[in-house]
Design a binder for this molecule. Structure first.
Ligand code: SF4
Length: 527
């Protein structure tokens, strides 16, 4: 007989909420291990589906697999319940550790950290389903609580670190010019088969058969792309939710925030209607930027920085209570202007986030004209109804490791000194104190992400710089060689100029060229 939630040491609040405390993580890991060393609730509760290619995976870590059309014909819930996924669930229920989940096994076996198996199982969208899942056979069709969907790869941008699977503009470039030829590989040579008119295909048909029933019990529904606002299905979902409210649903959309004005206004209006009519619990818009101005426009080709900032602020001004999270995919092109991006995010936080404690102090008769009020209080802050203030603007800093040549760990100590360290220092100087000035600066967990990146990069530099400033680390050297190859070709194809756009990286580029010469010499000597 497997243990149930009540048999575990999990601390559950009276409102049913579960805190992600260290003690609760230990309790959840023990509870999962009671069923099996590979048992993970996310295999049932979470799904990411790519409808343009007909792929699904649970969670997002394992490689996505094809949804068989014959299974879908009989049963639209095969979008999440393929026979393959059911076989993996059975493996978990019977004490196995499925190979496709090696992302978690590497963490569990090689570090003292908790893997996503524990973290995702502890999350609010999973934990309450534990008792029903633990007694399943694995053959059941289940409705996931956390759903991420890409309707197609249609996108008006072609960012440097993206590719044909996620951008139709990238497909056009590769079709015209071919893949980027790098040292040992071709970058973005694979063009996944997408439905030509991927807006309408058997997978989106199945989605619309499945969604009405499934959405009623969802915790989070997030649309990704391509660019979601270029898809009619995004607006159809929003209109559906207006007509069929789910006040418990967190609705989220990823966007490049650079779509035609008409689409942005329509999206803003519908978002506001959804919130004001309480048709959903919350709206979180995830916008992508990891540098500013012309450097952002270089890396995120097709972006217009001014349009981006105007759209973000228009959304915040017109959808009271919605959250905007900056997804800063940190890469080598982020280095010189990342601090400026942080300054902009801080400005938005101070303009749109709030702090109920400060107002309550005033209500109690305290004169709180102390530093942080002077620093943080803005006219917008004062005018907003308090309930909607808290933490409307946030930043997440995922670290780009692929493509390898854009991994920021290829930079030099001089770039760390001049740009990365000051950015991290700025973030920490403006990190708020939990329970005091929350939301008005960076949160501790936001700053921690940049600190980790800084440390990771320094570990690749320390004791590995040769007298001519090249690196003694072969893997970094190879990445720098590919960086030069990529940038040179990127500039030609897109009529850009790296050195003019990134004057701060001139010396770095020279060192990368030196790495190329060194590598050529080594190769010649070996022949
Ligand atoms: S075990 Fe890890 S990789 Fe597998 S579904 Fe759970 S969280 Fe995802």
């Amino acid at each position: 007989m497997s243990k149930k939630l009540k048999d575990s040491n999990l601390e559950v609040h009276t409102d049913g909420g579960i805190h992600g405390s260290h003690e609760n993580k230990i309790a959840m890991r023990d509870l999962l291990n009671d069923k099996g060393p590979g048992f993970c609730l996310a295999k049932w509760t979470q799904v990411t589906m790519h409808l343009g290619q007909g792929l699904t995976h649970s969670c997002h870590h394992p490689v996505a697999h094809k949804i068989p059309l014959d299974e879908l014909k009989e049963n639209p819930s095969a979008l999440h319940n393929t026979s393959f996924k059911k076989s993996i669930r059975k493996e978990m229920l019977n004490g196995g550790r499925p190979t496709e989940c090696d992302f978690c096994w590497r963490i569990e076996d090689n570090t003292g950290e908790f893997s996503d198996r524990t973290l995702k199982s502890l999350d609010a969208y999973s934990v309450h389903d534990h008792d029903s899942i633990v007694s399943m056979s694995g053959d059941e069709d289940v409705i996931p609580k956390y759903v991420e969907v890409s309707f197609s790869n249609v996108c008006n941008l072609k960012c440097s670190y993206c590719g044909p699977s996620f951008s139709s503009n990238w497909i056009e470039e590769i079709a015209t010019h071919g893949a980027y030829e790098l040292t040992d590989n071709k970058y973005n040579g694979i063009t996944d088969v997408q439905y030509k008119d991927s807006e309408d295909n058997p997978y989106t048909d199945a989605f619309w058969q499945w969604f009405p029933e499934a959405s009623a019990s969802m915790h989070t529904f997030r649309i990704t792309g391509g660019e979601p606002l270029m898809s009619k299905h995004t607006f159809k979902v929003m209109e559906y939710l207006l007509a069929n409210p789910n006040p418990n649903l967190d609705f989220a959309v990823n966007s490049n925030a650079c779509v035609p004005d008409k689409l942005w206004k329509k999206f803003t209006t519908l978002s506001n209607e959804l919130l004001q009519t309480k048709s959903v619990k919350g709206i979180n818009l995830f916008v992508s930027a990891e540098s500013v101005e012309e450097q952002a426009e270089y890396s995120r080709y097709g972006m217009d920085w001014n349009m981006f900032t105007e759209n973000v602020e228009y959304f915040l001004d017109n959808v009271d209570g919605a959250r905007v999270t900056f997804m800063a995919a940190f890469n080598v092109f982020s280095i010189p202007s990342f601090k400026k991006l942080l300054e902009y995010v801080l400005f938005l936080k101070q303009s749109y986030n709030g702090n109920g404690l400060a107002e309550w102090f005033e209500e109690c008769g305290l004169n709180i004209s102390y530093t942080y009020q002077d620093k943080f209080m803005t006219p917008i802050f004062k005018d907003r109804p308090r309930a909607e203030w808290s933490n409307r603007v946030a930043i997440d800093i995922p670290y780009v490791r692929h493509p390898k040549f854009l991994d920021a760990n290829i930079i030099t100590l001089a770039l760390v000194q001049d740009y990365l360290y000051p950015a991290a220092e700025f973030m920490y100087k403006n990190t708020t104190t939990d329970g005091w000035d929350d939301g008005l600066g960076f949160l501790a967990n936001e700053s921690l992400k940049l600190r980790r990146i800084l440390i990771d990069i320094l570990q690749n530099i320390k004791d590995q710089t040769a007298p001519d400033n090249t690196t003694t680390n072969q893997s970094i050297s190879a990445k720098r060689v590919d960086f030069v190859k990529f940038v040179n070709e990127y500039d030609i194809r897109r009529n850009l100029n790296f050195l003019e756009t990134f004057p701060e990286m001139k010396e770095f580029y020279r060192i990368c060229e030196l790495e190329c010469k060194k590598n050529e010499t080594v190769n010649e000597n070996q022949q």
